[in-house]
Design a binder for this molecule. Structure first.
Ligand SMILES: Nc1ncnc2c1ncn2[C@@H]1O[C@H](COP(=O)(O)OP(=O)(O)O)[C@@H](O)[C@H]1O
Ligand SMILES: [Mg+2]
Length: 231
């Protein structure tokens, strides 16, 4: 345990080049609008490195720093919630180092029913802290471990609750909270139909106006659009 925490301290202080050199696998290998997502191993310590430094062009230069800021600020706001990875370090405008979760993406995991209830609680906790995830329709953003503990990753599309006086913004925030809840309904219908209620099925057919627009624009571009609209 002591060796692990010393290793983690060293891992957290590595440069970008060293982090890539210690990557043992890439969950994502990067692209024109995508980060590299690497599992970094140093001795007994592990971490996940999400890095846009090699994302080319204007996306890498202008959009990526906004996405990394969005991810890091959400992780700070959610700090301490079991099921959300800890932010170890923001390297700079284009990279974050976060806690490695020894868990499997939801679609491959075949989680037990109890995991769905825990996931509901986790999403409620996240909303109570004032964060709507906005990309839970991608089931790869939810993981589950062997004990049935759920986890949520990938906060680049998040929307945070505004100040009390900002009624229009908070109306919008509630729409995105609703979109997260619809995404959980969709998850049940797809992967745990026995758990899906009539309400869940109905929810998939009737979406609010913001949700319809958000879906029409598409997952990736939603994050970009919010950048231009503001957060
Ligand atoms: N902290 C983590 N621990 C373990 N696996 C992770 C972690 N963060 C991300 N992953 C894996 O990497 C994949 C891509 O990461 P994600 O943050 O969703 O990137 P993107 O924004 O490109 O979708 C996830 O679907 C998950 O499988
Ligand atoms: Mg993702």
């Amino acid at each position: 345990m002591a060796a692990q925490s010393t290793d983690l301290k060293v891992l957290e202080s590595l440069t970008r080049a060293q982090l890539h050199a210690h990557a043992t696998r890439y969950y994502k290998s990067g692209g024109r609008t995508e980060p590299e997502v690497a599992l970094v191993v140093y001795g007994d310590a592990r971490a996940v490195f999400k890095d846009y430094a090699r994302t080319p062009g204007w996306f890498g230069r202008i959009i990526a720093p906004v996405l990394i800021w969005r991810e890091a600020s959400a992780l700070r706001r959610l700090d301490g919630i079991v099921g959300v990875p800890q932010l170890y370090r923001q390297l700079d405008a284009r990279g974050v180092l976060i806690e490695y979760l020894p868990a499997t993406p939801w679609p491959q995991a075949k989680p037990a029913e109890a995991a769905y209830h825990k996931l509901d609680e986790l999403v409620d906790q996240m909303h109570a802290r004032g964060v709507a995830h906005c990309d839970l329709r991608a089931p790869s953003n939810m993981l589950v471990d062997e004990d049935g503990q759920p986890y949520i990753v990938d906060f680049v599309a998040r929307v945070c609750r505004g100040r009390g006086w900002n009624l229009p913004w908070n109306w919008l925030f509630r729409q995105f909270v609703g979109a997260d809840e619809s995404a959980l309904a969709k998850l049940r219908v797809r992967f745990a139909p026995r758990l899906a209620t009539a309400d869940d099925r109905a929810r998939l057919d009737e979406r609010g106006p913001v949700e319809r627009i958000a879906r029409a624009i598409g997952e990736r571009t939603r994050a970009v659009v919010r950048f231009f609209v503001g957060s």
